[in-house]
Design a protein around this ligand. Structure first.
Ligand code: T46
Length: 138
């Protein structure tokens, strides 16, 4: 586990079980996931130059990992920013609550998996950066 300078964000090294048949990663609540998984979704077929995200969540905690290909996620807590390149299925990024995040530089084969601690709720999104800064600094 590597703590980032951005509050609520860390890089997790997932346990990869490899043998002559290939590799397997299991995601369980507690370890390696730091929360109870309630939802999973994945992003793929991202065209060249596409950028996604550009929001924060008021309460949601997530972990992101690229199951194939690679992408870069920028995380921002209102004071610190960091770019994380996800380029192996054994590496995950925890994105805490009130962390602005942006995804870009997807390779054409990228499959980005997100696991989250709550069901989808549009009310949990903060989509305006100035509002995010106001909330993050209050
Ligand atoms: C996030 C980043 C990393 C649903 O119906 N259910 C869901 O669980 C999700 C995640 C999305 N949707 C709908 C809402 C939109 O109509 O799927 C559509 C695309 O979602 P959005 O534009 O929010 O996608 P991204 O890639 O900008 O953001 C997504 C997640 O929404 C967000 O929570 O943290 O990935």
């Amino acid at each position: 586990m590597t703590q980032l300078p951005v509050n609520g964000c860390q890089i997790l090294t997932l346990p990869v079980r490899s043998d002559e048949r290939g590799s397997l990663v299991a995601l369980e609540a507690g370890a390696p996931l730091p929360f109870e998984l309630k939802r999973a979704y994945y992003i793929f077929g991202t065209p060249a130059g596409a950028e996604r995200g550009f929001h924060a969540h008021r309460a949601l905690i997530q972990c992101a990992m690229c199951l194939a290909g690679a992408c870069t996620i920028t995380v921002d807590d209102g004071s610190e920013r960091a770019d994380v390149r996800l380029d192996t299925p054994g590496k995950a990024l925890e994105i805490g609550a009130m962390v602005w995040h942006e995804m870009r530089d997807f390779t054409p084969d990228a499959v980005l998996l997100l696991v989250a601690d709550a069901p989808y709720d549009e009310c949990d999104y903060v989509r305006d950066y100035d509002e995010f800064l106001r909330l993050a600094r209050s």
